[in-house]
Design a protein around this ligand. Sequence first.
Ligand code: PXP
Length: 254
Amino acid sequence: MIELNVNIDHVATIRNARGGKEPDPVTAALKAELAGANGIVCHLREDRRHINDRDLRLIKETISVKLDLEMAANEEIIKIALETKPTMVTIVPEKRQELTTEGGLNVVADIAKYKDLVSIFHDKDIFVSFFIEPEREQIEATLTTNADMVEFHTGVYANCKTKKELKDEIKRLSTAIDFAQKNALKIAAGHGLNYQNTYAIAQLPNINELSIGHSIISRAIFVGIEQAVKDMLKIIREAELISNIQNLRKEVKH
Ligand code: PXP
């Protein structure tokens, strides 16, 4: 079963627009959990543009499902992560000027640094994932660091304009998923997934988790966060079911 991890950062973005207390990302996290989310994701950025230290602390204390802290390999944030002890961390690249995380982490460029980082987190029993492009060399580098998981960046997929682009990107993702799975990495995917494009991704075999934020929080403005989470879960479950039936049919034919 594919797990849905809901990123609540943009609840904090709305709160921060006025600098007050509402809407509270902690309430959003709890409501997402009650609606069936398997995990809560938040990104503590160096510039604190969405969630802040208080949010992270209270979310950790409040939720019962897994907490995935997205973070850059930055000294201050590493210290906070080690103190907070989320279930897992997802290491992402972070640029101050970007609107959102723009590309995957370049693990190849600094394998030794990332290997040390994995070991620091493993010492505290914190599971480690790297947010990477679906490319073989990045997966190989991730394996060298002893990380537990990869999250494949679906931003290129989400921005595809033509059927040919879509086909090529799904092929690139499937090849990467296959290679990561054969090498015993847990596999997540995320970025830019919405109510239109998640179905095809959830049909790919061997994805363990999806990390989705902006589209769910956007829908929540109109239907409420519980309904928005349930609507996304329905898409994922349907895609999995159809994919399982198709695979069974193939097996029966052979
Ligand atoms: N996964 C990672 C690593 C991300 O950085 C983000 C964006 O914060 C997401 C998933 C969720 O992307 P979106 O908000 O587009 O669903």
